[in-house]
Design a protein around this ligand. Structure first.
Ligand SMILES: [Zn+2]
Length: 297
């Protein structure tokens, strides 16, 4: 459906003499940063270089590769070495994998985090929706990773689902010693958002907000997030945006689809698409210490 505030360059423009020029085709997509892409996932093995090329063509100028286990974090670092001008990595253990992350693995994670291409700790947090790991194991793994991030002065990339109270109770102890924190793939409620913002957290939005079935409650909250705290992500290969037309005939999401998340944000906010792109990109470049957009990629 066409929105009143349509995104892109397809609106009639007023020319120098005040006449309407014909609509001009999009020349350059808005420069965006995908702060959460699981590019190490094996679903990208057959065509990863093409996925990166398509992302660049769609305006995704930088990517933060999510490391959600020791193995995937190591693979994320390898990808950064392949595309050092384009990518940085996170390194952490997702709550789903908390049971496979005993305390004696902490030095191994610290070793990965020491790599200069790893500019944030995580993905870590709590997930009581799936409960793939016992909750006490999740809380332990989360707290340990926050301690490590604070020791190494790394910002944190956080996951929280159906665990807000415990999540905040643990996080609050560590926030004063962390440089910054982002709650990625925000799917929570208004009061949860208020608490994140009051604690100074950044908020990451995914294609969840493009979902006409379950995303509407979160979409209603999108205008309440200060632009200075907002970043965007695909979380590919998961969470294919449901506003893609024509709908793709497969379920693997990829970074070129970031613009659908961006468009859904633009539809519900009052700022111009240019300003939303520039500010969310700037937020991401700073948060994740990404190479500046002017630099070689
Ligand atoms: Zn997550």
């Amino acid at each position: 459906m066409q929105s009143a505030r349509s995104v892109g360059h397809d609106r009639p423009r007023v020319g120098p003499a005040g006449h309407y020029r014909k609509a001009i085709p999009a020349m350059q997509p808005h420069p965006l940063v995908d702060i959460g892409i699981n590019l190490a996932h094996d679903s990208y093995d057959p065509d990863r270089a093409e996925v990166v090329e398509r992302a660049l063509a769609a305006g995704v100028r930088r990517m933060v590769i999510t490391g959600s286990s020791l193995g995937s974090a190591r693979r994320a670092v390898e990808l950064c070495r392949q595309w050092p001008g384009l990518m940085r990595a996170t390194a952490g253990v997702h709550p789903h994998h908390a049971r496979e992350f005993p305390d004696h693995d902490l030095p191994a994670l610290a070793g990965i985090l020491a790599d200069p291409l790893v500019t944030s700790a995580g993905e870590c947090g709590l997930d009581y929706f799936r409960d793939f790991s016992p909750r006490d194991e999740q809380r332990r793994a989360f707290a340990r990773q926050l301690e490590l991030a604070a020791t190494l002065s790394k910002p944190v990339f956080l996951h929280q689902r159906d665990a807000h109270a415990d999540f905040m109770a643990i996080l609050r102890d560590h926030l004063p010693s962390l440089p910054a924190a982002v709650v990625h793939c925000f799917t929570g409620t208004g009061p949860e958002l208020d608490e994140y913002l009051a604690e100074g957290l950044f908020v990451g939005l995914t294609g969840w907000i493009c979902d006409e079935r379950r995303g509407t409650a979160v979409r209603d909250l999108v205008p309440l997030i200060p632009l200075e705290r907002l970043m965007i992500e695909t979380d590919g290969p998961y969470l294919m945006p449901r506003n893609i037309r024509p709908r793709p005939g497969h379920r693997r999401n990829e970074p070129m689809n970031l613009r659908y998340v961006f468009e859904a944000i633009c539809e519900v906010r009052t700022e111009t698409p240019e300003r939303i792109a520039a500010t969310t990109t700037d937020n991401a470049l700073k948060f994740f210490s990404l190479p500046a957009l002017g630099s070689v990629s």
